[in-house]
Write a new protein. Structure first.
Length: 218
């Protein structure tokens, strides 16, 4: 079962750039909730609470419980706008989810036992993560916070494809239904490049100008 996380919000009456600016100065974040059979609703959240939540992986890939005075709506984070250089979240978009309707979202990948695998122990082997997340479809209650990939037996030359991921019950990867060309590599173990050693040169003779060398021979 998916884990849910509660975030307290307040309804936002004033809208527009000026109102959003005042909210941010007061330490809050403007946001909107949309989707389902209800109209979009403008809300505000504590910036400190949102900032702390944003440091966790679950904030981006879990069902969130937005609590408005005890009225809870289940949502997914769909968009986050950040300040270009300040540590500040500018705006959030949340989408309501229905327990009986399939959702599509990105789920992080967790790579296990990479360092202890034969490929991970080899000095000349590089393990590359081609993907760090994967798009899945499932019911909200089946949404995993992450998908684990055990690399403990990986050796040089191995490739882990999308079709090899062990998915929780009720979870599917829609790209795999599009054909074999979409069964892309997720992890690759291959030999690293070996830089060619520079050719040895006779530095002494190379540094002596031809004219000087000629005089020395006289």
């Amino acid at each position: 079962m998916a884990t849910t996380h509660e975030i307290k919000v307040q309804r936002r009456e004033d809208e527009g750039k000026g109102a959003s600016r005042r909210l941010r100065l007061a330490g809050n974040v403007p946001a909107v909730v949309y989707g389902g059979d209800l109209k979009p609703v403008s809300i505000e959240l504590s910036h400190n609470d949102v900032w702390l939540a944003s440091q966790h992986e679950w904030f981006y890939a879990s069902i969130l419980d937005l609590s408005l005075n005890g009225d809870v709506q289940k949502v997914l984070l769909r968009d986050m706008q950040r300040h270009p250089f300040k540590q500040q979240i500018m705006h959030l978009d949340f989408q309501r989810v229905n327990a009986n309707e399939t959702i599509r979202t990105a789920v992080p990948l967790h790579f296990l036992n990479e360092d202890t695998s034969p490929a991970g122990k080899a000095a000349d082997v590089v393990i590359t993560h081609e993907l760090n997340e994967v798009n899945v479809t499932c019911l909200p209650g089946d949404l995993p916070e992450f998908i684990e990939i055990d690399l403990g037996a990986m050796v040089v030359g191995d490739i882990v494809h999308l079709s090899q991921l062990k998915l929780p019950k009720g979870v599917e990867i829609p790209e795999l239904a599009l054909g074999a060309d979409h069964d892309v590599a997720v992890v690759v173990a291959k030999h690293g490049r070996v830089e060619a050693e520079p050719e040895e040169t006779d530095e002494a003779s190379a540094d002596v100008p031809a004219t000087k060398a000629a005089k020395d021979d006289e």
